[in-house]
Design a protein around this ligand. Sequence first.
Ligand code: ADP
Length: 436
Amino acid sequence: MSNKVNRAQRRRLFLSNLIGFSLIFILLGVIVFVLFSRAMLTSTDQALRVEESARLQGPPKPFQRKTKFQGNVQNQHPFMTTTLVYDQKGKITNKLQLGSRYDTLKNIKLHRSQVGQLKTIKVNGKYNFRTLLIKAPKTTSDKSVAGKYLLIMENIDPQKAAMRNFTRVMLITMGIFWLLSILMSVWMSRLTMRPILKSWGRQTEFVGNAAHELRTPLTIIQNKLEFLLTKPNDKIIDQAANIAIANSESQRLQKLTHDLLALARSDSNTIQTNFEATAVAAFLQHTVEPYTEIAASQGKQLVLAPVPAFKAVLDQDLIHQLMNILIDNALKYSPQGSTITVTAQPLGRKWQLIVADQGIGVTGRDRARIFDRFYRVDTSRSRQTGGNGLGLSIAHWIVDLHHGTIAVRDNHPKGSQFVTTLPVNPPKNGHHETKK
Ligand code: ADP
């Protein structure tokens, strides 16, 4: 992916992550703030209501602590409340009871329309009160308040201070977390882009390699045809060598396109599979047999060692293709007079398929890389043998599809062994579609 696209995509991912985080933090902050401020006022409002019912039921009694035996607090006076009693004209009538507090509270006006409402007010520009205005009916037993307006008040300065502190702490915490979320967004956008960039790189490499591989045989065919056009009077026999080369190159092209198609399908996961319980011995016999003749024609021997009777669940077409690739390679990379041995055996819940040859073998770091697409140990040799470096990557994909493993190891005294280990009963998952 070009750097510009990559950067733009990363910026978009970063922004969307950051917006997501910010929204979550803001929402969290608002919810916590609203709940906290409500909870703060709830206890005050309850106290005002308690005072209201106490006032309407009788004259004030001294405050009593609630004990185990006095479950009902309805008639008790909350400790912190103060009550202003107004007459019909709005004049405070309980000046004596208020004592020194009167001077602070005398400026509070009566708002008759607010009867029954809970309000928050500020007195003298500095004291905060929560208030409840009630009108005592004329029938109230406490004659000092009967027919009058009562403004029950509770000072909420401590709650306001706590709220301010809480808001400050919350803003600082949210700020810190928001900064952390920036770092997190950078990290997450990088993390998300990494596999995309990797597969993009692989894809670009694959297309580049494929184009390169396709170009060589096409150029050869084109050259041969152009040469033939310069000899319109020649007989086919005269140009048999050139025609044969063009023909073998077109066969090479056909195999290459076939392999490329298989890999493209493997990438898009659109392959249809047909897993069925298979008697391995008979299946291998059937698969290996055609190759014994080809091996013999090349002066090599292909042997299928006796296979114990057991069944395994597999896709016959795909395992057939795997065998083709492994036996084809074994034949390609081993000399005349050598023997290729195919063995299969059950191993508990797995089974193993080994194709061993006495050929050139695979050494050191090539062991892991030969399963990569287009990787060939010896390019010039591979070209002579018609290889394109895709066989083993297809083999690897087939084994993957069966939830198995494939590895190469030394064959003693000479050559290599391709060891495929497959589960007898591969797990079914949504990895691929099933053939209808
Ligand atoms: P190719 O079409 O080139 O054979 P493969 O993917 O099948 O592509 O194999 C990749 C490379 O692995 C080959 O080019 C060859 O170098 C090496 N290789 C594969 N099979 C064998 C083998 N049986 N013995 C030695 N080398 C092998």
